[in-house]
Design a protein around this ligand. Structure first.
Ligand code: DAK
Length: 276
């Protein structure tokens, strides 16, 4: 792969969009490679994914404006479908995906981060949907996911004004769950960059997730995602089904058994995995 790096460490894996010269902008090839990478994640082993961008400056600076500038209507639609299919694959991926946003997350960059389950960012991150300034609407789900995450009023303000916001504001409006700073010593020297600390924080969170019962975690993701699409009566039925689905699994037997045996060490053990 030219533009995607994939690294698995035990039960967590990191996908890095690696097109640093173009600030990791998404062209067709990046989207194709990302799609293929997701198809090849070993779901028997990996329990949580991290998505980040190469370098310190940018997560993803949007869809590739150069490539888009000459598209016909039909090509634009095909490009939009390619992006939407990959983003939806991430959103419905069986295991949780954490976006570690290391800098610019603009346009398609903000949209791909919003397709992940959880977003944490470095202190230099910047978010925005600048599309209306380019004569287009946010086309990779931005009008839909931003409104669901931060509310319609705030999403409309950000989208209509095309204003970029910095990490603290993204945190304040609930677009990211945490902002990670660089480590600076008493003399003011940076001893760990914000990106390094961001990846460490993402890995720590991923490891915590990976230590929990995998079928239960997967079913929680499904219940939240699918429940948000329907009214509460239907949502509760989705939850009931996925709750029931956990029973008779090794996860449930070991998880509850560990508690009942009051064996603290056992309780912390990773429960067996049954692929579903
Ligand atoms: N596309 C292509 N190249 C990009 C790029 C992008 N989005 N962003 C940056 N680059 C490239 C620059 O062209 C430059 O390349 P060289 O000139 O060195 O060859 C290199 O990355 C470094 O960028 P800068 O020199 O501009 O770096 P600065 O630090 O000065 O500025 C910046 C950083 C992020 C503020 C600036 O690069 C910038 O404003 N970039 C564009 C950000 C943006 O507007 N992004 C949104 C793109 S629109 C659709 C679905 C989805 C979409 C569209 C259609 N359909 C359903 C059909 C999505 C649209 C978008 O994402």
């Amino acid at each position: 792969m030219e533009y995607i790096l994939y690294e698995q460490k035990g039960s967590i894996a990191t996908i890095t969009i690696n097109r640093e010269k173009a600030l990791n902008a998404l062209n067709s090839q990046v989207l194709d490679e990302l799609n293929a990478t997701l198809d090849n994640v070993n779901l028997d082993e990996v329990r949580c994914l991290i998505l980040t961008g190469a370098g310190e400056k940018s997560f993803v600076a949007g869809a590739d404006i150069g490539e888009m500038s000459t598209l016909t209507k039909a090509e634009g639609e095909a490009f939009g479908k390619k992006g939407n299919d990959v983003f939806r694959k991430l959103e419905t991926f069986p295991i949780p995906v954490i976006a570690a946003v290391n800098g610019f997350a603009l346009g398609g960059g903000c949209e791909i981060a919003m397709s992940c389950d959880i977003r944490i960012c470095s202190e230099n991150a910047m978010f925005g949907q600048p599309e209306v300034g380019l004569g287009i609407t946010p086309g990779f789900g931005g009008t839909q996911r931003l409104a669901r995450l931060v509310g319609a009023g705030m999403a409309k303000q950000l989208i209509y004004t095309a204003r970029n916001i910095k990490a603290p504001e993204a945190y304040r409006i609930g677009l990211v769950n945490d902002v990670i700073a660089a480590t600076v010593d008493e003399a003011g020297n940076v001893t760990a960059s914000a990106k390094d600390n961001l990846i460490a924080a993402a890995e720590k969170m991923a490891t915590t997730i990976a230590q929990n019962a995998p079928i239960a975690v997967r079913n929680c993701k499904k219940a939240i995602n699918e429940g948000l699409q329907v009214d509460m009566d239907k949502a509760i039925v989705i939850e009931e089904k996925l709750f029931g689905d956990c029973f008779e699994t090794e996860d449930q037997k070991a998880g509850m058994g560990n508690f009942l045996e009051k064996d603290k060490e056992k309780k912390l053990k990773v429960v067996p995995f049954q692929n579903k």
